[in-house]
Design a protein around this ligand. Sequence first.
Ligand SMILES: [Zn+2]
Length: 432
Amino acid sequence: MTLDVKNQAPTSGVGYVQPNFFGYRKVDRWEARPLADSVLHLIWREHQISRAEIARQIGLSRSTVTEVIRDLLLTGYVKEVGAGISSGGRKPIVLEFQNDHKVILGVDIGATHVSASLMNLGGELLAFEKRSHSVRSDPEGTRSLVFQLCDTCLNTIEDGNQRLLSIGIALPSPVDPDHPEWISEVVIPAWQGKNELDILHSHYGVPVYVDNDANLGALAENRWGAGRGYEDLTYVKIGYGIGAGFVLNGEVYRGSTGIAGEMGHMPVGGGETLCECGLTDCLTTHVGGKAMFARISELAEKYPHSLLARGTSNLEEIELAAHANDELALQLYQEMADYLSTAISGWINMMNPGRIILGGAMKQLQNRLLAPVQEKIKACSIVGSVPNTDIQTSELGHKAESIGAATLALEGVFAEPGFYRNKGETLHVSSA
Ligand SMILES: [Zn+2]
């Protein structure tokens, strides 16, 4: 039986994107869902709550709540943890959501690395693994590394494989909701348009969800990091390339075909270099690792004594040079700040987000990039939009995308009706 919970659905965190296996579809957030789902969501959100409070918040009779809780106690997701405070009369029994009953894996596949986060159901990070890898040229080796990192994370806890509930994957490519097996041949040509990550589903036997890495960085920062409490935010990921993820009205915005957020291809002038997309003037020809490595070669003649004069293909070397006040590195950062600010100002003027979060590979963003970006944006944005938009660096750092992938998988599985049932078990729940 289902109950229309139009006015009682959880108001944060869970259920706003309803992924199907290996994809997602948008649903009306007030779509009717089984009654026990709504009760379990509420217990998850509150962590500890009494039966009377559940009845009050969802608008159910005490006897219905008692019946639902009796079934939910059998699933292992909820336990009774003693007596609470009484407002007169008998002390109520407190119910607690068991965050460690199950775990979720989030995998981030970047252009030059793979990382994995193991998270419990309360969003607590239990394990994190990261390795450098030539993802762009080695699809087979990348998939083996994904398995290796997932197993390493699962082995850090007791019964890891049995407790695994779902897996999320962040890809360095737009993700088409109708074709989640696809991966952009423009971004990583060696993969020939297929990610073949459904092998994770057959190996671990759990649902797998996939989305673009910048979207998932935005989701992670919104739920657990620098974007908590912001209904509208933009996450800008600066790595080998550049991408952006948007949270609008508390939900990740993906656009009509899943490719919203390609900030890297915003025109910002200076168009002498051909972008991989076929255009010139794109932001990504000026900002991000690929553009920086090329620009270093051009500037080397002007700065022969620079630490970078011999060229580099390592972002951390550029950061270290900037930290040592290397003139070439500082010029590079100044140029990058100029182009980045042009793109972000345009976005702020158009969308008026509450917060812009700069994330990605460069740890020194705070010192070297944030201040010039903030200054230039003030000069380029219309009066009224800037004072309300603050620009910060990521709180979750290089873990943001994998934590976002785990969050997608957590919210995805929570949106599946009856996900908490053990195999072969039927819950007998009646409507109010
Ligand atoms: Zn482009």
